[in-house]
Design a protein around this ligand. Structure first.
Ligand code: NAI
Length: 273
């Protein structure tokens, strides 16, 4: 069902790799709510070709950009404004990657070049996007910028290794750039801290199935699915959330407020009997 929440709004959606991607669901939802947008991803992801399907479905042009490159981001923001015929109302940062996680390095054995790459791809790229948006004066007043985070920024999830630090930096950037863009142009900046979700980036984390099930059992509402995350992103892009900014918004079915749940007690009691 569409409420036309984003009628007349235009933006950029990054990070749609395949149908499982959170950004993919955001694109579908934003399209159904009347938004027009440009899709972007790293040139490497583009070669995998899946994004073309989404582009056709949403009538959204694709502009490749490695989000670590300010130059490529400048081209992205310029082209997006050209394609869409003016300044932007929303931007989604849905980008994360850790080579340390991919290669199964544990926290005591991290490769520091890869560590820096994780921070660059997963966090500094968010700063770079907003830097370019500011320099180009690419956003409309009351625009909305959202990035996706994970609770490992605040709590220890051992297998999340260097991505925990990347997410902490990402959330800090949201607060600091949120202050700046709020003062400059009433643009809001938030992160959504999403439940574990079965995507390429998600399932790449060691022990993913265990912490997916654990989080599901801990959360009174269960894990929030990607489609619900898309709904939340769209709500944040809409005019209904105009005074929400500089926040890390937990979209986790209640996980973060629970100490222990009956489901976990039951599972442990069974295991110990
Ligand atoms: P995904 O693997 O579908 O998306 C990650 C995207 O990042 C891919 O499209 C990939 O091509 C893109 N990317 C990687 N390097 C890039 C670069 N240099 N330039 C531009 N794009 C690049 O996985 P998912 O889960 O949809 O991830 C989206 C966001 O959600 C990430 O920030 C992730 O950390 C976050 N998140 C995911 C959770 C999960 O359990 N899947 C939980 C909480 C947050």
């Amino acid at each position: 069902m569409s409420n036309n929440l984003l009628a007349g709004k235009v933006g950029i959606i990054s990070g749609a790799l395949d149908e499982k991607s959170i950004a993919w669901k955001v694109a579908l939802k934003a399209h159904s709510e009347g938004a027009r947008f440009v899709l972007t991803n790293a040139p490497l992801a583009m070669r995998m070709g899946e994004i073309k399907k989404l582009s056709e479905q949403c009538e959204a042009p694709i502009v490749p950009a490695d989000a670590t490159s300010v130059e490529e981001l400048e081209n992205l923001f310029t082209q997006a404004q050209e394609h869409l015929g003016g300044k932007l109302d929303f931007v989604l940062h849905s980008i994360g990657m850790s080579t340390n996680i991919r290669k199964g390095k544990h926290y005591g054995d991290l490769n520091y070049e890869w560590f820096q790459k994780s921070i660059d791809v997963s966090a500094l790229s968010f700063h770079k996007m907003m830097h370019v948006a500011e320099k180009q004066d690419a956003m409309n007043e009351w625009g909305s910028i959202v990035a996706l985070s994970y609770i490992a920024a605040q709590r220890v999830f051992p297998d999340y290794t260097d991505m925990s630090q990347a997410k902490a930096v990402l959330e800090s950037i949201a607060r600091n750039y949120g202050y700046r863009l709020g003062r400059l142009k009433k643009i809001r900046v938030n992160t959504i801290s999403q439940s574990p979700t079965k995507t390429t980036a998600g399932t790449g984390v060691g022990g993913f199935d265990a912490f997916f099930d654990y989080a599901d059992k801990m959360s009174p509402l269960g894990n929030a699915p990607a489609e619900a995350c898309a709904d939340y992103c769209v709500a944040l892009f809409s005019d209904l959330t105009r005074y929400v900014t500089m926040q890390n918004l937990l979209h986790d079915g209640g996980f973060s407020s629970v100490g222990i749940s009956e489901d976990i007690v039951e599972a442990l009691t069974k295991a110990n009997s």
